[in-house]
Each structure stands twice: as structure tokens, then as C-alpha cells.
Ligand binder design. Structure first.
Ligand code: PLP
Length: 495
């Protein structure tokens, strides 16, 4: 299996190159040259498999430089850090399910991929004999940062430096990051919002002089943001596994289409569901849920992606994103894999702040995708409703998905089973959860968690409380313009 770029469909690289560089040299995203097939037989055989086996099988479809056993070693080690089943499916009623993706170390779905990526990188590095240290700058809107820090901390031959928007992440998210242990990790706040941080990191990747300086000290920059294929492939696996679980419990028979509703930011999670569909998994509709930053909902309803809007800070910060990087992969498919056309749209976005894919393509996208959004007030109410009605407590990001899911069900009378994808544990957002269910939130984090636990009976793991006693190791705040310097001085200190 080779990979090509969304901005140059003549380029072909191996899986190891795609994973170990992250971004294509032309600035495009790597995509499979063609989609591997997942047969009915394979899906049905997964009924008998555990999660690491299912994930290894799906990943083997993409990364044929590694054997199934090598990949199984990766997934087994990665998911051993999880508390029980990595991706359990909870039935709420009739055809309504929740897929919980937050049983990893940092209590958010980013662990599903970021616990795998460092081990996958190491396996691929060994395979191709790369000796340079992988230097990994990461921009985070909150959850990626900690998951990357946990994933890479202590992994030989890697170093990770995380940039988060100063004041733009929740208290618990910041605390989780700045207390991370390990010699090969660093955390830095950047003045501005997530897009400012992400843009500065992207610039660093495009800076030839910085790459040369890093090369001279034996380092090579690698992207671990959600555009890395090594993150996308493990995400495809949980959609397959969710389907298999419904088969196993005889709630569906093979071929029944299952819909998914996904709280969306950078479009990585929902794109993985689409990839599963392209591989042959019987997936029906994909409902893309946004918060007040509803650029994707507008796009899916108009065909126009426009940045002329304000960035709104919400209580679902991991979805506060205006430039959804992974959407480029969807555009590539719906452009008939015409990379020149994708380049034009990306140029329009950069120069005019918008692009228009035209009515026909929009129509084709809407055969699968539905876009909706929920305002802060709306999803707070929905969080409370879901708790009242089902006794199910969810985090604010998942509440956005529930809200949009209910809108979708009201509008369509759809009978298909639908799975709401739950991307974070309520423990990460205790204050917002308390306020949503009509209670006041104590100022300090520990009290908020204790109150949430007392009022809702949601069990808070001891590790979450312990976080608050840990020493904060990082307090640097920088201007986006100084990001390259910060990266280089971190690299010099590695090893
Ligand atoms: C990252 C994240 C999202 C958004 O996922 P994308 O793949 O970027 O669309 C949603 N919810 C939570 C809790 C997240 O951490």
C-alpha cells in the first residue's frame, strides 16, 4: 500500500514515510493510493477478537511494511494503558448507542490514536533504519497535547513539545499537560487562539532553515497532529469495532447500515468513519456536529467554506476550530482525486478566506454527510436532558453530538441505528457539567470533581485527583513569532 498527497496525486510514498514525516512536502495530506477492502468475512471474524486484535487487523490493511504480529504487538502495548475495553458501546434505548472513546490515560478520545502512534513510529523507524531523533511539535486545543505527552513520554528516540493557546484550554486540561513527567517532553503556552498556535506550528514545518539546523544536530521533525496517517488508521479501527460489537450482540445483522454522530473539530474523527465506509463497512449517514464555531455545518449546508466569522471560545474547547485540516482529505475524494482542484480551493482559502466546491459536489457529499450545530445554551440543556432521561452523564463535547443527533432524528425520522461518539470523560469538564445540570461549580478543580461525583454518582478515577497534587513543571508563554526558536532550543536539550 502506497500513499499519495492531496496536493499532488502523482506522488507515491511508503507508509513509513507518510507516518514519519506527517505532512507531504507539497503541504498536502497523505491519503491511501486506493482504499483497502474489508470483507464481510473479515468483519464477521472480528466478533471473536479482542480490541487490540481488531485494531491490528484494520491497521495491517494500511501498513503492509509491518506484519500483523508486529502491529498486534503495537496495539496490545498501546491499549494495555487503557482501563478495560478501549471502546465500549453503551445502549441508551432502541437504536441509540454511545461509543465511549475516553477510557485511556488522559480521558479523551485522542488516546485511541496517540497511544498507538509513538509505538507505530518506533516500529517503522526500526524497519527502515532511521536513526534521527523524531522531534514532534504539537499544537493542541486541549486534549491532543496531553495525549501526545503521555504517548511519547519516555519513548526512546523521540521528543515532544506541545503548544496550547494561552487561556484557551480548561483548567484540568492545562493541569494535565503541565504536570507531565519525562525528560523528552515540554509544554508551552502561545499567545492567541488554537488556530494561531496551529498556524505557527505549520510554519515551523515549512521552514527549511529550521529543518537544516535540526538535521545538523540529528533531529527530524515529525507531525503528530491529527493529520498524521498513523493517527487516522487506529481511528478507523474503532468504527469497525463498534459495528462488530453490534453484530456480536445481535442488535444488527451484517449489511444493516449504522449511522454515527461525531462531535467534530479538525475533522479527523469523522473522517475515519468515512474511511471505514470506503473500505466497505456498512456505514450509513455521518452526522457532523459542531459547536458555535459552526464553519463545518455551514459548509455541509452550502458548499462554501468561509473563514469570515469570529472565533468563539466555548465550553467545548476541543471543537473551537475554524480551519479543519482533515477536511482536505474529504475534498480530495469528492474532487475525484483531482489534486490540482484541491490546490485551487486551498489557495482560495488562504487568499480570499473561502472556497466554494459547487452544488454537484455538495450534493454528493450530502448523500453521506449531514452537518448541524448546537449553541452553548442548547448543548448544556441537552447534557441535562440526557442525564435526566437515560441517567447517562456526558461531557460537553459529547453533549454537542447528542444535541445535533436529536435534531437529525427529529428532522429525518431515521430508523437506522445511530451511534453517538463520545470523545471525552465528564471528569475533564466537571465545572461545565455541573453548571449544565443546574448546579453551581466550586472554583477549585478538586471540589468541582468531588461535587460532580457526589451529585451524579459518576466515578472519578483516583489518578484525576492526584493530578492536582502534582508539581507544575512548565509555565512559559511565548509569542507565535518565537515558536521556531523555542522548538530548536528544546531539540538541543534532547538526549
Ligand atoms: C479532538 C476532540 C474533538 C474533535 O475531534 P476531531 O478529530 O478534531 O474532529 C472532539 N471532542 C474532543 C473531546 C476532542 O478532544
Amino acid at each position: 500500500m502506497k500513499f499519495t498527497s492531496t496536493r499532488n496525486n502523482e506522488l507515491l510514498v511508503s507508509g513509513s514515510t507518510a507516518v514519519l514525516t506527517g505532512l507531504a512536502p507539497d503541504g498536502g495530506l497523505y491519503v491511501p493510493q486506493s482504499f483497502p477492502e474489508l470483507s464481510r468475512k473479515e468483519v464477521e471474524a472480528m466478533v471473536e477478537m479482542d480490541y487490540p486484535e481488531r485494531a491490528a487487523l484494520v491497521m495491517a490493511k494500511f501498513f503492509d511494511e509491518l506484519t500483523y504480529d508486529e502491529l498486534l504487538n503495537v496495539t496490545t502495548r498501546a491499549y494495555s494503558t487503557f482501563d478495560g475495553d478501549p471502546a465500549p458501546e453503551v445502549k441508551l434505548e432502541g437504536g441509540l448507542y454511545v461509543l465511549e472513546l475516553w477510557h485511556g490515560k488522559t480521558h479523551a478520545f485522542k488516546d485511541m490514536a496517540l497511544s498507538v502512534l509513538p509505538l507505530l513510529m518506533t516500529a517503522l523507524k526500526n524497519k527502515v533504519g532511521q536513526s534521527e531523533t523524531c522531534l514532534i511539535p504539537v499544537a493542541t486545543s486541549g486534549d491532543t497535547g496531553k495525549a501526545a505527552l503521555e504517548g511519547f513520554s519516555g519513548v526512546d528516540g523521540t521528543g515532544v513539545i506541545v503548544f496550547y493557546p494561552d487561556g484557551g484550554v480548561s483548567n484540568a486540561q492545562r493541569k494535565q499537560m503541565v504536570t507531565t513527567l519525562g525528560d523528552n517532553v515540554k509544554v508551552v503556552a502561545v499567545k492567541g487562539n488554537f488556530d494561531d498556535a496551529q498556524t505557527a506550528v505549520k510554519k515551523a514545518f515549512g521552514d527549511k532553515e529550521l529543518q537544516e539546523k535540526l538535521g545538523a544536530i540529528g533531529c527530524k521533525m515529525t507531525g503528530a497532529n491529527s493529520i498524521n496517517l498513523g493517527r487516522l488508521a487506529p481511528q478507523v479501527a474503532y468504527y469497525v469495532s463498534a459495528y462488530v460489537d453490534l453484530l456480536a450482540s445481535e442488535q444488527i445483522t451484517y449489511g444493516d447500515e449504522v449511522d454515527f454522530c461525531v462531535p467534530t473539530g479538525n475533522f479527523g474523527n469523522i473522517l475515519a468513519a468515512y474511511y471505514a465506509k470506503l473500505m466497505g463497512l456498512p456505514v450509513g449517514r455521518l452526522v457532523c456536529a459542531s459547536n458555535d464555531n459552526n464553519v463545518l455545518a455551514d459548509f455541509l449546508n452550502s458548499g462554501v467554506y468561509s473563514l469570515s466569522r469570529d472565533f468563539i471560545k466555548t465550553t467545548s474547547p476541543s471543537m473551537d476550530i475554524l480551519i479543519s485540516s482533515n477536511l482536505e482529505r474529504l475534498l480530495f475524494e469528492f474532487a475525484g482525486r483531482d489534486s490540482a482542484l484541491v490546490c485551487e480551493w486551498m489557495k482560495d482559502l488562504k487568499e480570499k478566506g473561502s472556497y466554494d466546491i459547487g452544488g454537484e459536489r455538495l450534493y454528493a457529499i450530502r448523500e453521506t454527510f449531514v452537518g448541524g450545530y448546537a449553541t452553548q445554551e442548547e448543548y448544556a440543556d441537552t447534557l441535562a436532558d440526557v442525564f435526566d432521561e437515560y441517567g447517562y452523564l456526558c461531557d460537553p463535547h459529547t453533549a454537542v453530538a447528542f444535541d445535533v443527533c436529536m435534531q437529525y432524528l427529529d428532522e429525518t425520522d431515521s430508523e437506522a441505528p445511530i451511534v453517538v461518539v463520545s470523545t471525552a470523560s465528564p471528569v475533564k469538564f466537571a465545572s461545565t457539567v455541573l453548571e449544565s445540570i443546574g448546579l453551581s461549580a466550586p472554583e477549585d478543580g478538586v471540589s468541582a470533581l468531588k461535587k460532580m461525583e457526589a451529585e451524579t454518582a459518576f466515578p472519578v478515577p483516583a489518578s484525576v485527583y492526584e493530578l492536582f497534587d502534582m508539581e507544575e513543571r512548565f509555565n512559559e508563554v511565548i509569542d507565535p513569532a518565537n515558536l521556531n526558536e523555542t522548538v530548536f532550543s528544546f531539540a538541543k536539550g534532547l538526549k
